[in-house]
Design a protein around this ligand. Sequence first.
Ligand SMILES: *[C@@H]1O[C@H](CO)[C@@H](O)[C@H](O)[C@H]1NC(C)=O
Ligand SMILES: *[C@@H]1O[C@H](CO)[C@@H](O)[C@H](O)[C@H]1NC(C)=O
Ligand SMILES: *[C@@H]1O[C@H](CO)[C@@H](O)[C@H](O)[C@H]1NC(C)=O
Ligand SMILES: *[C@@H]1O[C@H](CO)[C@@H](O)[C@H](O)[C@H]1NC(C)=O
Length: 335
Amino acid sequence: MYLSKQKTFRAFTVLAFIVTFTMFLFGFTLRDPSLYFFKYAIRKSDSFFSNGQCGCRQCMTELEDDPWFTERFNLSVHPLLSRRNSLLTNDTYCWWQRLQDHKDPADFSEVVEKLFQVIPDNDKLYKDAGPERCRTCAVVGNSGNLKGSRYGPLIDSSDVIIRMNMAPTSGFEEDVGSRTTHHVMYPESAIDLDNTTILLLIPFKTLDLQWITSALTTGSIEETYVPVRSKIKANKNRVLIYSPAFFKYVHDTWLESHGRYPSTGFLSLLFAMHICDKVSVYGFGADRYGNWHHYWENNYHGGEFRKTGVHDADHENNVTLLLADKHKIYIFKGF
Ligand SMILES: *[C@@H]1O[C@H](CO)[C@@H](O)[C@H](O)[C@H]1NC(C)=O
Ligand SMILES: *[C@@H]1O[C@H](CO)[C@@H](O)[C@H](O)[C@H]1NC(C)=O
Ligand SMILES: *[C@@H]1O[C@H](CO)[C@@H](O)[C@H](O)[C@H]1NC(C)=O
Ligand SMILES: *[C@@H]1O[C@H](CO)[C@@H](O)[C@H](O)[C@H]1NC(C)=O
C-alpha cells in the first residue's frame, strides 16, 4: 500500500517534470524565432527601422520604447580625446580639474599638442559598424568572483576585450582569458603592455596627459600625488585618451552625479557601450561570500575596499543592473 503510493507520487513528479519541460521547450521554440523573424522582417522590409544597425539579435543603438535608456545614451558624445575635440567647455574643464585637485596645472591646449606629437591623433580606431556586423565587447573587471569561473574561452571569443589597472592574465587564463585589446589605466595604476594592446588612458588631471607623453619618451615625470612609473612599455601608436567630456557625460548623465567620479569599471563599461553592439560584463562586484578583492589576490578586504570614498558603488551597481534588465548588457556573475 505504502509502496504503491510512493510509486504514484513518483510517477506524478515525473509527469509534472515532463509537462514543465515541454512547456519550456515550446515556449522557446515558438516564442523566440517568431519574434526574431518578426523583427528581422521589419528590419529588412521597412527602411524606417533599419537605420544602419547591427548584425546581433539586439543592438546597442536600437531604438526601443525605453525612455530611460534613450534619454541617456548619447552617441554624439565622443569617447576619445583628439585634437579636434580637445577644446573643452569651461564647465567640463573646471569639473575635470577638480577631480584630483592638482595645483597650477599646465596649459591644457599646449599639453594636448605635445601629446599628439607622440601618440597618433586618431579617433577612428573603431571597428566598422554595419548591418552585417555584430561587434562584441567583453569588459573584464578585477573581482575575485572570476576565480574558478572558467570564463576564459568565452572572454577570449569577443572582438574587443577590455581589462583594467593592474589586471594580469598570465596564470589566470582559464578564468579570465588571455587576449586583451584595450587596457584601461591611469598613471597611478599603470603596467607594461605588449605592443598589440591598446593603452586607454583615463586622465584625471592635466598632469596625467603630461605623464603619458613623458612615460612613452623621456621618463621625466616620476610622481603625481604618489610616486608613479616614469616609463612604461607600450606601443606608442596604440594609445588612446579617454575624453574629459565623455568622463563628465558618464558622471552627469549615467550616474546623475552620484559620487565624486565614476570608477574605472563603470567608465570602461560606458566606453564599451559606445563602441560595441553587444557588451558582456565579467568580474564586477563582490565574490559569492560578499568579499571585495582582486582575482589575483587572496587577501579579503571586506567592505573597506569598496568604500573608496570617491565612487558611489551602490549607485553604479544599480545602473549596471538596470542596463542588464533592459538587455543592453549581459552580466556574467562568476562564482
Ligand atoms: C548629446 O551630446 C551632444 C554633444 O555633447 C549635445 O550637444 C546634445 O545636446 C546631447 N543630446 C542630448 C539629447 O542630450
Ligand atoms: C567657468 O566656470 C566656473 C565654474 O564652473 C566659473 O566659476 C567661471 O566663472 C567660468 N569662467 C568663464 C570664463 O566662464
Ligand atoms: C612588436 O613587438 C615585436 C616583438 O617584440 C616586434 O617584432 C614588432 O616589430 C613590434 N611591433 C611594433 C609595431 O612595434
Ligand atoms: C539602489 O537600489 C536599491 C534597491 O532598489 C535602493 O534601495 C537603493 O537606494 C539604490 N541606491 C542608490 C544609490 O540609488
